[in-house]
Design a protein around this ligand. Structure first.
Ligand code: HEM
Length: 205
């Protein structure tokens, strides 16, 4: 049985592969965020009701795919979470500065940072809550809305929220190995679009 180390190795090794497959979901590196669910990158997003971006529109098949693959990702949750944020800080250094203690810190220091691991685990914990409450979409929306509102206090910018999903997808693809399919990728992409949409909606007020 492959241990955690081997999965992480695969995660790192996979980083340079299948680039074209991943490209469509990777964040742009020019500082502007991609349009998500019909929203323009200038953050002028219509209300949730107008956009019809609702968790129930997530198909039963997509729920199944995300739930099944999440069980695999969960085994390496902390490592995947740290990889996501290290990569995010590399491509978008301005996001690193939101976390006061991270300012000016090297990647090596951040890899060992308890606070980075803690936030990464909190993001993963939120993903877990979304998945375990698939049948209670109103509760999920309320939870994400409150979380988004708190991120205004943390000084996180609205645009940053769209960056997490693509990084998450980039990090889990090598962990999932043969289980990875375009359908799985789409399901995770749709879940993160939903998460960031609700959080952003709360941040815009
Ligand atoms: C790049 C985007 C983000 C930035 C810059 C950011 C920043 C922060 C900061 C500065 C804190 C407070 C200090 C800390 O806990 O380390 C925090 C807390 C937290 N973040 Fe984020 N965050 C981002 C995205 C997310 C996302 C997408 C989620 C969940 C899906 C999330 C979940 C949490 C949670 C659960 C907490 C704990 C405190 C609370 O519940 O309010 N964050 N975040």
């Amino acid at each position: 049985m492959g241990g955690q180390g081997s999965k992480l190795d695969k995660m790192k090794a996979g980083a340079g592969e299948k680039a074209s497959h991943r490209k469509k979901y990777l964040p742009q590196t020019n500082g502007s965020s991609p349009a998500v669910n019909g929203m323009s990158p200038d953050n002028s997003c219509p209300s949730i009701e107008e956009q019809q971006v609702e968790l129930p529109s997530f198909t039963e098949r997509q729920k199944e795919l995300v739930t099944d693959t999440w069980r695999v990702v969960q085994e390496d949750m902390a490592k995947v979470g740290v990889v996501i944020f290290i990569k995010l800080f590399e491509t978008h250094p301005e996001v690193q500065n939101v976390f006061m203690p991270f300012r000016g810190q090297s990647q090596e220091t951040l890899r060992e940072s308890a606070q980075l691991k803690s936030h990464a685990l909190r993001v993963m914990g939120t993903v877990d809550k979304c998945i375990s409450r698939f049948q209670e979409p109103d509760k999920v929306k309320e939870m994400l809305h409150e979380l988004g509102a708190r991120h205004v206090i943390y000084n996180a910018k609205v645009d940053y929220m769209d960056l997490i999903g693509p990084q998450f997808i980039w990090a889990i693809e090598p962990v999932l190995g043969d289980r990875w399919t375009p359908e799985v990728e789409q399901a995770w992409s749709d879940l993160f679009k939903f998460v960031s949409y609700i959080m952003k909606d709360a941040m815009n007020f």
